[in-house]
Design a protein around this ligand. Structure first.
Ligand code: SF4
Length: 734
């Protein structure tokens, strides 16, 4: 009988921290404990509340353990939680794979392979599970390519437009900062391993400032919370830049040596006076001036910007403008200064080897397939292909949807359109999942998926600079299988003869770590991954990327002395590349159309913040009783003045609505929002009193940069329900 052992894994949930997780496995092969690795410099021995009780999730009695198919005649549609299995019957993996392969073959022949759409995101951010064999499969099939925009492309594109790379201040260096701005960043809620470094800095005198329209956990513990009107971050950043320039608080030397377009920026920010910006943002002019002066005077100063601010219609511009601030004051020069949005660009995995885009040429299309934006799934399922006329075809309608690493019925915007599409009887839907979810309610076939304890992977991070090995700790529960296994098997069932469909997990890891080829085909060594092989990672589990400065005893300061990958080779205030795309080369503030200052403000007077729940990971964990207890879902935060204007009192049932939909929540008047703003967190539809979550209200309008969703450009109205309405019009679905 094997001995109890400890296995090194990595939390693969969509979180910047990518924690090193030690799993204790008993002699029967059962995991008995998870804990943060005390030796990991960022994990530091603790896990967040979501994952600390991870074994409740892995061994939940609700885990999906076997392949299933919808029973003959059972209609698609929302099922009460816990009763989903009633409409499915268990089948074997062989039968499931044959059924899927056969349907895909028929659909491809009749409508073309682009009528098949994969839908996935970051249900796992393990490298192989996120994107490897699945991409090979869909490329070889000729399926539509999914534009994975739902989370970070807008902010990522903004960061790259200024610096050329997705790099940022090292998490471990925050301890040296004297001034920390958390801008749209709820560090306590979803980046908790940064917090000890923030606290260490504060113990040495640093000030924590939070800029956020919602009084988050982080805001409540800050030295200064600045509530800002949703969607006006660009205006604030431009106003700060004007003060920094006008008062000579910028770093002349850094600007001269390392930036591009300063003169144009100086002229461009002139209209953004403190008084004008105060009117736009709701922040007092004196506070804007104070913020600018403190930011410039406190060396080093660092900004933790998270993806909140980019989820509005002008979110790309807002993120660009914020990204420019550390270049203006030269904050990158100092240990503990700069900005962090993402560190993912340092890992430079060989994605071409993993995903094999060359296989598209071997597909029936013999060309790259069309691209479908995941932030417009409702449109894709209900409108794509409907307007086909000679010469202006947008491609075939979507006839098959393969969902993995995602729960689109809950997380995609414009939910009523998404659900209408998922209800189509002619849409063949397969969902690979760990639990029955809002999306499996519309599936023809449901397949059981492994958790990160049940398969092997490697993982980078977007909140630190350590590459890690995630070993398989336990055998898959029931007949759960990984993404790599599923798509390798499907490839073989489809008759794809390329040997890459038989690659093992270790083969894939080797390929991911291989040097990226140069344009001329010669392999190029990636200095940050120099010498990091699978064998070395297997032995050491977690390896810091190899930065040249650290080899000689220094610190990795990403843009202290240049290092930009922009067209000008400098940090770009002015972007010719954006101008060439017809976009504004300098950031300017334009209110989102759907905002109180925008064009569509007449019917619905309140700004709506569809927040992520602090104790869930998007829609993940929302079905677990222990997490539900921590979260108190089903509330809409309102300001007392907005509530009293509508005769609403705390805990009253209310309907939050706009032209796209309505949701039912209890009013919560707790001082967490300013007048004119209401906020509610994401939950599952089937666990929500009215059967819909916050995305019944959000739109498919896209951001100005990066083609992302505009969750935070949403206007609503709120009305109080009568007791009869609360009880009878919207009964709980169970
Ligand atoms: S969700 Fe984030 S903080 Fe929590 S364990 Fe995973 S990586 Fe760590």
């Amino acid at each position: 009988m094997p001995e109890p052992r400890t296995v090194h894994t990595v939390c693969s949930h969509d979180c910047p921290d990518s924690c090193a997780v030690l799993v204790t496995v008993d002699e029967l092969g059962k995991a008995t404990r998870v804990q943060g690795d005390p030796a990991h410099p960022v994990t530091r021995g603790f896990l967040c509340g979501k994952v600390a009780k991870y074994l409740d999730r892995v061994y939940s009695p609700s885990r999906l353990l076997y392949p299933m198919r919808r029973r003959e005649g059972a209609p698609k549609g929302r099922m009460p939680y816990g009763r989903e299995a009633d409409v499915f019957e268990r089948i074997g993996w062989d039968q499931a794979l044959d059924l899927i392969a056969e349907r895909l073959r028929l659909i491809s022949e009749e409508y073309g392979p682009e009528s098949i759409l994969p839908y996935s995101y970051a249900g796992t951010i393990g490298l192989l599970g996120y994107g490897s064999m699945d991409r090979r499969f869909f490329h070889r099939l000729g399926a539509s390519r999914l534009d994975r925009t739902i989370c970070s492309t807008t902010g990522g594109d903004a960061l790259v437009s200024v610096y050329g790379k997705k790099l940022g201040t090292d998490t471990e260096h925050f301890r040296h900062a004297r001034y920390i701005i958390a801008w749209g960043a709820n560090i306590h809620g979803n980046n908790v391993h940064l917090w000890p470094f923030v606290e260490e800095a504060r113990r040495h005198g640093a000030k924590l400032v939070v800029i956020d329209p919602y009084r988050t956990r982080t805001a409540r513990t800050a030295d200064w919370h600045i509530p800002i009107q949703p969607g006006t971050d660009a205006a604030l950043a431009l106003g700060l830049m004007r003060i920094l320039i006008e008062e000579g608080l910028y770093d002349r030397e850094y600007v001269a040596e390392h930036t591009h377009g300063f003169e144009a920026l100086r002229d461009h920010v002139q209209p953004y006076t403190p008084e004008h910006v105060a009117g736009l943002t709701g922040i007092a002019a004196a506070d804007i001036e104070r913020l600018a002066r403190e930011y410039a005077a406190s060396v080093p100063a660092v900004i933790r910007m998270n993806y909140g601010i980019q989820r509005s219609q002008n979110g790309g511009t807002a993120a660009r403008a914020v990204c420019m601030l550390p270049a203006l004051i030269g904050a990158w020069k100092h240990l503990g200064g700069g900005l962090q949005l993402s560190t993912s660009g340092a890992f430079a995995f060989n994605n071409a080897a993993l995903e094999r885009p060359d296989l598209m040429l071997a597909s029936p299309l013999q060309r790259p397939a069309r691209i479908v934006n995941m932030s417009r799934l409702g449109h894709a399922l209900t409108e794509l292909g409907a307007s086909q006329t000679e010469g202006q075809a947008d491609g075939p309608p979507v006839k098959a949807l393969l969902v993995y690493n995602s729960n689109p019925a809950a997380i995609a915007p414009n939910q009523n359109a998404v659900v209408r599409g998922l209800m189509r009887s002619d849409l063949f839907t397969v969902v690979h999942e760990q639990f029955f979810t809002d999306t499996t309610d519309y599936a023809d076939i449901v397949l059981p998926a492994t958790t990160f304890l049940e398969h092997k992977d490697i993982q980078g991070a977007y909140g630190h600079y350590y590459l890690q090995m995630s070993e398989q700790a336990i055998a898959p529960l029931g007949e759960a299988r990984s993404n790599v296994w599923l798509f390798g098997q499907l490839g073989q069932r489809m008759g794809f003869t390329e040997s890459c469909f038989r690659d093992t997990v270790d083969d894939l890891i080797d390929q991911a770590l291989a040097p990226q080829p140069r344009a001329n085909g010669a392999p190029a060594a990636d200095p940050t991954r120099d010498g990091i092989t699978r064998e070395k990672l297997q032995a050491e589990k977690s390896i810091r990327l190899q930065f040249a400065a650290e080899r000689t005893g220094g610190f990795f300061l990403p843009f202290a002395n240049g290092g930009f990958a922009t067209p000008s080779g400098k940090a770009e205030f002015y972007s010719s590349a954006l101008a060439a795309q017809g976009l504004e080369p300098l950031p300017a503030f334009h209110p989102p159309d759907e905002s109180r200052q925008g064009a569509d403000s007449h019917a619905f007077p309140l700004e709506f913040l569809p927040r992520k729940a602090d104790n869930y990971m998007n829609s993940t964990f929302a079905n677990l009783p222990g997490h539900q207890k921590m979260e108190s879902p089903g509330l809409v935060a309102m300001h007392a003045s907005d509530a009293s204007a509508r005769q609403i009192r705390d805990a009253d049932w209310v309907e939050v609505y706009n032209a796209r939909g309505k949701i039912l929540l209890r009013a919560h008047i707790d001082g967490s929002v300013t007048p004119g703003v209401v906020a509610a967190s994401l939950n599952w539809n089937k666990l929500s009193r009215g059967g819909s979550n916050v995305n019944a209200l959000t739109s498919e309008r896209l951001t100005d940069l990066g083609r992302g969703p505009t969750f935070y450009s949403t206007l609503v109205e709120v009305r109080k329900l009568t007791p009869d309405e609360a009880q009878n019009l919207f009964p709980p679905i169970d």
